[in-house]
Design a binder for this molecule. Structure first.
Ligand SMILES: *Cc1c(COP(=O)(O)O)cnc(C)c1O
Length: 393
């Protein structure tokens, strides 16, 4: 395989980890629907492949591709983003401590508190935009600082380099969930993070048709441990999904450019509307993390959240009134989606924790797709009209 490491992001997105098949010239990576591989002699697999739980060539191509996009030495692909987070937790031992952001993806919060606290891991949730709070939560047993930036659903921005410095002093690793930003907009490993986690289900796939996760890092020992765990437990990504994600990452740069452009247009329209009470979009100067986002990201992404006058009732009415946006969980696809986090994606976080994290019941989250910006802006405006001032018959 050719060395793509010196090429630019857009070129690596299309070529890294892949190349025409030597046996027949197929330009696209085949979907290797095989569980097992012929060996030349006992215990002499031909290209290192023995069994598809341990390794499959379609998955390898994706792992090399994602590693290249995140500027990492290795990638490991899992059946979901949470399977990737599970592998990270499973290498810890009872008594180990994790300092985590308090507005993580709801499923990550559930994995930590409902699954791994039972195995003796300990978690402290802090407002990770406050670096002093992160530093204050570190103990002698802290193994990870686990952050998401921009966060879900409040789009708060935490300082990756500052968290890395705190983790280094404590001998802990910094884990960054880069799902919202994608490697096109933000490169946590370049900022010193140890592991980047992705729900590839979102922007890397980009077409809302496959569930998958990835870990990317530089330390070989850590890769060994995580690959050992994956082979021992399972949770690896299948060949068909690997193929779909390889297809997705090829267009990641142009999709992200359009997501960012459209989100800016929608955020501008929302921020001027009198019925919009709070808006969270890091691209707006009014956003608390704007300057930091401008420094650590290339652009501000495609996610927006906001609150309407009238709280939860208006939020529900808005979610039912949109016509181009679709009311559904998830994000990062070409199509625009709307979500009411407290009753949908973030319902697994107890009401009291949500309140502490500033996650109000009336919050609406938009995943701005790559349709025409004018159609998206018009849809949001008509839905606000119907949601906040119901037509009287
Ligand atoms: C969706 C999501 C996850 C979980 O990924 P799955 O692929 O659904 O398991 C983790 N982090 C973030 C930020 C997400 O949006």
């Amino acid at each position: 395989m050719k060395d793509h490491s010196k090429l630019r992001f857009e070129t690596r997105a299309i070529h890294a980890g892949q190349g025409p098949a030597p046996e027949n010239g197929a330009v696209m990576t085949p979907v290797y629907f095989t569980t097992t591989f012929e060996q030349d002699a006992p215990a002499q697999p031909r290209q290192g492949y023995e069994y598809s739980r341990s390794g499959n060539p379609t998955r390898t191509a994706l792992e090399l591709n994602v590693a290249s996009l995140e500027s990492g030495a290795w990638g490991l692909c899992f059946a979901s983003g949470l399977a990737a987070a599970n592998a990270l937790c499973a290498r810890l031992v009872p008594g180990d401590h994790v300092v985590a952001a308090n507005d993580l993806y709801g499923g990550t919060f559930r994995l930590f508190t409902k699954v791994f606290e039972r195995y003796g891991l300990r978690f402290t949730f802090v407002n990770a935009t406050d670096t002093d709070a992160v530093a204050a939560a570190v103990t002698d047993s802290t193994r990870y600082i686990y952050i998401e930036t921009p966060s879900n659903p409040l789009l708060s921005i935490c300082d990756i380099e500052a968290c890395v410095a705190i983790a280094k002093r404590a001998g802990a690793l910094t884990i960054v969930d880069n799902t919202f930003a994608t490697p096109f907009l933000q490169q946590p490993l370049e900022l010193g993070a140890d592991v980047v986690l992705h729900s590839m289900t979102k922007y890397l796939g980009g077409h809302s048709d496959a569930v998958g996760g990835a870990l990317v890092g530089n330390d070989d020992g850590l890769r060994e441990e995580l690959a050992f765990y994956q082979n021992s437990v399972g949770g690896q990504l299948g060949p068909m999904e690997s193929f779909l994600f390889l297809r997705g990452t090829k267009t990641l740069p142009i999709r992200m450019e359009r997501h960012c452009e459209n989100a800016k247009a929608v955020a501008a329209a929302l921020s001027e509307h009198p019925a919009v009470e709070h808006i969270h979009y890091p691209g707006l100067e009014s956003h608390a993390g704007h300057a930091l986002a401008a420094r650590q990201m290339k652009d501000f992404g495609g996610m927006i959240s906001f609150e309407l006058a009238g709280g939860i009732e208006s939020a529900n009415a808005f979610a039912c009134a949109v016509q181009v946006f679709t009311l559904a969980e998830s994000l990062g696809g070409v199509e625009s989606l709307v979500d009411v986090p407290c009753s949908m994606t973030h319902a697994s976080i107890p009401a009291e924790e949500r309140k502490k994290a500033g996650l109000n019941d009336g919050l609406v989250r938009l995943s701005v797709g790559i349709e025409h910006a004018d159609d998206l802006v018009a849809d949001v405006l008509q839905a606000i009209e119907r949601a906040v001032q119901p037509t009287r018959v």
